[in-house]
Structures are given as C-alpha cells and as structure tokens.
Design a protein. Structure first.
Length: 540
C-alpha cells in the first residue's frame, strides 16, 4: 500500500519544521551547535505535540553528516536512515510492551559497544512511565553515568508516574499544547499544499477539536477528506463528523435557555441528537458559550479559537456569576452522561438543571398584580406606616410591624424608620441578604412601572452591578412589583438591620455581663480561684 497517513508523511524532518514548540527547539539547536548536549533528556506533554518527533530529531542532529547551525540537514544518509528506522546507532524502545527488568537489562547490554556508523548512540524510550518500578531502579545508574557516546531521550505523557529519581537525572522539557490558531494555520498550509479545496470556516472546528494536538488535527482532517471525496470540504461535513451542532442550532438553543422556553430547548436538543450530534459535544459547546459570557462581560474581549458564527454573549441576559454556575452544570452533566439511561436523557436533564437556576423575571411573569395607588409620590424620612407602639421592659418604645400584612403592602408603607424591619421580613440568602442587611434607606420613589429605592451602603464590594441586579430580582419577586435599587457609598451606615442587630446584641451582652457580675455564685468562684469574667466569652 503506497498511501501514508498524513501524521506520518508530514512528520518534520528538521527542527525548523516543528510547529508550536519554539522554546524547546531553540534550546536543543543551541545545545547541538555548541556541543553542550546533556546525556539524558525527558520530553513531557500531551498526545500529538511532538515528543517522539523531537526525540528522533535529536538523534538526527547528533549524527547528521552535514549539520546546519545546530539543525540536521534531513538529506544525508544518516538522516534518511534514522527517518526510516534503519540506523543502527539509534535504538527505540516502546516501554508499554517492554516494561520489565529483563527487557531493560538486555536493552542496556547494547550500550557497551560504541556507535558503529554515527557519532553518537541515541536511546529513545517512548512512554517511559509504563516501565515497572524494578525496571526504573535497574536503569538509574546507567542513566546517571552513561558512556560518553550515549544520549538518552525519554518521552512520556504522564510525568507524575515517572519516579523523581529518574526525573532528577534528566533535562526536562515540557512540550505545550499547540495553540488553536497555529493548528489552523498549519492545516491551511497542508490543504493548500495538497490542493484540497475547503470552505473558509471549515478548518476552525477541526483545529478546536484537536485540543492542541497536531496529530489529532491531521487524523480528523483525513476523516473529513475521506467523507468529502472530490467535493470542497464544507463546515456542515466537519460538524457532522465531530458530532457538533451548527452555530445556528447552538444559537437557537442558547436563546431558548435565555427565554426560559423549556419546550423549545428540549425540542432542539432532541432534534440535534437525532441528526447525529453527541450529547457530550453539545455540552462542550454550551460550556464554551458560558465561558464566552464570562470572558466578554468581565474582560470585554473574546479569546482565541472562537468559531465564526457563534452566539453573541451579550445577547444572553445572564450575569457572569450565573454563567459560572451554568458552566459548572454543563461540566458535571458531561461527567455524569455515562450514568444516565441514555444520552438524550442526560443532555435534557442537564439543560433542565440550567433552566431551573435561571434568574426569574417576576415583574414580567407575575400573573397576579397587586393594586397600588396610581399617584406617584416620594417618601423620605417619614411615612404613613400603619404601626403600633409598645413599651419594652426598659421603658423604651419600640415599633412593631404587623407580620400578617403582605410584603407588597408593607413596601408601600415603609420609610427610613421601618426599613430594617422590612428587610428582616424579606429574608434572603448569601450576598443578597448581606446587601439588604447592610443597607440604609434614604428615599423611595414609588411608580406604577418600577419603584426606585435610594440606599446607603458602606461596602464598595456590595455595590457590584450584578449583585444589585440580583437584589432587584429578589425583592421584586417578594413584593410582587418591579423595584430598582440605587446605591450611594458612605463610610458609615448607622440604621441598617446589621447595625441594629449588632447594637441589640451588644446591649444584650452588657445586660448579661451586669447580671453575671452581681451573681453571688460567680463572685464566689472568682474569689476562690482568683479568676475573672471574660466579657468576650459571653454568648448571646
């Protein structure tokens, strides 16, 4: 069979042809040029990033008959023989199938003899992490002090499985995943060189799906070429092979989620799977959208590797906080797909979970509105609150709010005095509760469409616009009408619920401390053991 796979036929034959590993290539060519090669190298990185390729290029550079500024020529007999695997002084070992002590010791027996054809004897051990612990131990001495004509090149995808005693004896190079843009540019060069027609946007999904592996990108390309035949490679063909949904379908799905349209979201997901898309890739695409929302709203920028016709993040009315949550739901849903009865169930339950956490918009969806006075008015300082006064035990007057009244009616009567009591009735969790409890009312402007509350806040952290939106949604839902909060920063807020509760707690502790100090039993203990009452130990 004359055909050779793209990943093999396009393997670089010189350091200068290596894609995406500029730092490693520069270090190696510099060492070769100066003759400062170490006796052992360890190449680590993911699949398809060039570990084996670089190992063979090291062998070529050390044995090349006509080296060019630290690089091999790629055309001499030594370079050609190494490329073909017939050079006697370059020995490759696959550790996955030769992992025992006997195999390693037999292999190292060959090191006693100097190179027969080349200048250096190069030992390449691929997937070195597969060796047994005894095999690792047997090679330590040789790896530390090999003959001066031997160079070891070890390659692994799982550095954590290689003993530190081995790592410490090598110069380690960590090969990075190749960026999407570089993979894309490389594919364009390959396709144009081989005169393969393709649509402008067809190669971007291949580059993204490769996840930094040039070999994976070439393997996917071969599938696409085989399916397309003599036709130009189209984006739809790439999506079908990769199990992706089109940008339009993804946009429709995200729009359905944003509108909280359960029926439409489930319909789109069902149709997507029936057309050959996979639940795993759909969740990957959704997670990418939520990542874009965070990236766009926080950094106001779009990252590398974005497909051309992708949903615009700003069009989805979701905060970056919610997008973070939805991203996590997609990732966990993808992780649990194998536990679902089938992938449709797993995908749709993940989408339903996202919909369950969408922020409600109660003033658009409320079926039952509360009638309010049509006259717009502003309350500041005093209000017409229907309250009763009762006497506390210490003679001071306290205000009590009728807990039987609806929150909506209370909101229409609240003023700066009763605001803390109203906040307590609102409740809430997390930052929403913290925001409300640390707020002090300045004024309220009531209106039919949307009332506006001007409040004081003593924490700039709580003035975050997304948090204020959450508070707007929460309070609007609680009182049954739209309300918008406007914040002003003050160094001190004296009449917030938090400060009132803090004062009450302090007062309660003072009273308890006074009672304890007058206790005969306590005073007897203090006198007997020469002790004292620690005020800070009193709990309310």
């Amino acid at each position: 069979m004359s055909y050779t796979a793209l990943a093999r036929s396009l393997r670089p034959n010189k350091f200068a042809s290596v894609v995406g590993q500029e730092l490693v290539v520069r270090a190696l060519t510099y060492s070769v040029r100066l003759g400062n090669m170490h006796h052992a190298y360890l190449l680590t990185g993911g699949r398809g990033v060039g570990k084996t390729t670089l190992a063979r290029l090291i062998a070529k550079a050390l044995n090349c008959e006509r080296p060019e500024n630290g690089d091999c020529c790629g055309t001499c007999n030594s370079c050609k023989n190494i490329e073909e695997g017939s050079f006697l002084d370059v020995i490759e070992l696959d550790a996955a199938s030769n992992r025992g002590v006997e195999e390693i010791q037999a292999f190292f027996e060959q090191l006693r003899y100097p190179p027969s054809l080349g200048k250096m004897k190069v030992i390449i051990i691929d997937e070195v992490h597969m060796l047994s612990s005894h095999a690792f131990n047997s090679m330590l001495k040789t790896l530390e002090e090999p003959p001066n004509y031997v160079v070891f090149v070890l390659a692994t995808t799982e550095l954590n499985k290689v003993p530190l005693t081995v790592v410490s004896r090598c110069v380690k190079f960590s090969l990075q995943n190749i960026s999407t843009s570089k993979v894309h540019d490389y594919l364009v060069t390959v396709f144009e060189k081989k005169d393969i027609k393709f649509d402008d946007d067809a190669l971007e999904p291949i580059a993204s799906a490769a996840s930094g592996s040039l070999r994976d990108a070439l393997s996917i390309s071969e599938q696409v070429i085989a399916v397309s035949g003599d036709k130009s490679i189209a984006l739809s063909t790439v999506f079908e092979i990769l199990g992706l949904i089109s940008s339009e379908t993804l946009e429709s799905l995200v729009a359905a989620i944003a509108k909280n349209d359960v029926a439409e979201a489930l319909k789109i997901s069902n149709e997507a799977l029936s057309k050959g898309a996979s639940a795993e890739t759909i969740l990957d695409q959704l997670a990418t959208v939520f990542h874009k929302i965070c990236q766009t709203k926080i950094l106001n920028s779009v990252g590398e590797g974005e497909a051309g016709n992708v949903v615009i993040a700003d069009e989805m009315p979701v905060t970056e906080t919610d997008a973070n949550l939805f991203y996590q739901i997609c990732i966990l849903g993808k992780r649990d797909l194998h536990l679902a009865p089938n992938e449709l169930v797993g995908l749709q339950m993940t989408i339903l979970r996202i919909l369950a956490f969408l922020p409600e918009r109660p003033f658009f969806q409320k079926k039952k509105s509360i009638e309010t006075n049509s006259r717009d008015h502003v309350i500041s300082g005093e209000g017409d609150v229907d309250m009763t006064e009762s006497s506390a035990s210490d003679g001071e007057k306290c205000i009590s709010v009728d807990v039987g009244s609806s929150l909506g009616m209370l909101f229409r009567k609240v003023d700066t005095t009763t605001w803390p009591h109203f906040v307590k009735r609102l409740g809430g969790n997390g930052l929403v509760k913290q925001f409300l409890s640390q707020s002090e009312l300045v004024s309220i402007s009531y209106a039919k469409s949307s009332s506006v509350c001007l409040i004081k806040i003593d924490s700039s952290f709580l003035m975050d616009s997304d948090l204020v939106k959450k508070v707007n949604f929460y309070v609007s839902d609680k009182i049954g009408e739209a309300v918008e909060f406007k914040t002003k920063f003050f160094d001190e807020v004296e009449s917030s619920l938090l400060m009132i509760e803090k004062d009450e707690k302090e007062k309660s502790i003072n009273e308890a401390y006074a009672k304890i100090s007058k206790s005969e039993v306590v005073n007897a203990f203090i006198k007997r053991f020469d002790g004292k009452v620690l005020r800070e130990s009193i709990k309310n």
